[in-house]
Write a protein that binds this ligand. Sequence first.
Ligand code: AMP
Length: 134
Amino acid sequence: MATIFTRIAKGEIPSYKCAENDEFYAFLDINPLVRGHVLVIPRNVEDDYIFNLDEDTYSRLWAFARKVALAVKAAVPCKRVGVCVLGMEVPHTHIHLVPLQKEGDLNFRNPRVELTPEEFRDIADSILKEYEKL
Ligand code: AMP
């Protein structure tokens, strides 16, 4: 059965798109640590462990994530964009990109930020706009 993230990448489940190409998709985490918390996924690889990816796919995934991180940094006020790979919840390889003001912002025990659908849409649109400039 397809994972929830495969269904998101196919558009079967709604998401706030931040960037995409044929192979990868980036969207806002629905339960964000901070504004602009993005998830980056391969569209068609459902293995839930990033280090199981073949070397070429792994490299292309990180190259895509780098571009998305540049777009996040340009769109969301932050000191830098932090990176985390967990995969404890959703069994589909994904990279968390989290805009940081301080080290403690990348703590998954922190309370999550609540955003309205309009706020999610605005943030995603700003990131997508920056991504398309790259
Ligand atoms: P983990 O698998 O531990 O890396 O965490 C999965 C992340 O996916 C969590 O931060 C969730 O908030 C996020 N998430 C789960 N379902 C969705 C969804 N439908 N749309 C966006 N983000 C999601």
